[in-house]
Design a protein around this ligand. Structure first.
Ligand SMILES: [Zn+2]
Length: 257
């Protein structure tokens, strides 16, 4: 299995790396894709990737909740790194109106700029979107972004937004929220073909049931796959096979080994 989104460079993992790595591998995880947050997180992310190149794959980008007064400096630092290093994707990037809307305009500017990076480097984008689906869709529908592809990580929109994004060529990243009793996620993605879904954990956040409230791990990815198999009434092996194929297609899109 491939975990398409986990913050493994978080100290929670790096402080006890060998133990976590063993646990992930034992749980059947072959690869984990690392979304970046900002300039500060990039060093740890890249270091972890270099030391574990077969297991970890790097993304670069400025996360929307890290878009503040200094976002232009952040972007110019990150774009320089992008010019000299090979990465899997631009991420995680997007819009987050849940925590703070005081930098809304800057979030939009930063997101559009990074979509252009993706087009220039023929990479896909890993999108973080919270309480901002209308704006996200409006941006992705712009003509200049016609060819932008990627994952809507931790998809949290409604059924109509799910369909719109898939029609635009996007894949939905599905994680621990699927296991939450009160979440409508399974209904919202019911009409979405499995060929447009990938699995992720967002570890160390968003632990699936029965680990809610504790640190998450890619080792729990199987619980999410199992839940999806239950909802779709199909064999677990098929869910794993199709979602892994989808993830590999994105890797191929970026020509990443
Ligand atoms: Zn994340």
């Amino acid at each position: 299995m491939i975990d398409t989104h986990a913050h493994l460079y978080d100290e929670h993992f790096t402080q006890n790396w060998e133990v976590h790595l063993h646990e992930m591998k034992t749980a059947g995880i072959q690869e984990v894709w690392l979304p970046n947050c900002d300039r500060e997180s990039w060093g740890a992310l890249w270091e972890l990737y270099v030391a574990n190149a077969a297991f970890c794959k790097p993304m670069i980008g400025l996360h929307p909740t890290y878009v503040k007064e200094d976002f232009e400096e952040q972007l110019s630092f990150l774009v320089k790194e992008l010019q000299s290093k090979k990465v899997l994707a631009i991420g995680e990037i997007g819009l987050d109106y849940y925590w703070d809307i005081s930098f809304k305009a800057q979030q939009i500017t930063a997101f559009e700029k990074q979509c252009h990076w993706a087009l220039e480097h023929h990479l896909w984008i890993d999108v973080h979107c919270r309480k901002a689906y209308a704006d996200l869709i409006a941006i992705l529908k712009k003509k200049e972004f016609n060819d932008v592809r990627g994952i809507i990580h931790c998809f949290s929109g409604d059924a109509r937004e799910a369909k719109t994004l898939v029609d635009l060529g996007f894949t939905l990243g599905i994680g621990g929220v699927l296991t939450y009793k009160n979440a409508n996620l399974f209904q919202d993605i019911q009409e979405i073909p499995l060929t447009n879904i990938v699995l992720e954990t967002d570890a160390p956040y968003l632990s699936p049931v029965p680990y809610r409230g504790k640190p998450n791990s890619p080792a729990y990815l199987g619980l999410i796959a199992q839940k999806l198999a239950d909802y779709r009434e199909m064999p677990l092996a098929d869910v794993i096979q199709v979602t892994s194929t989808n993830a590999k297609a994105l890797k191929a899109y970026s020509s990443f080994e």
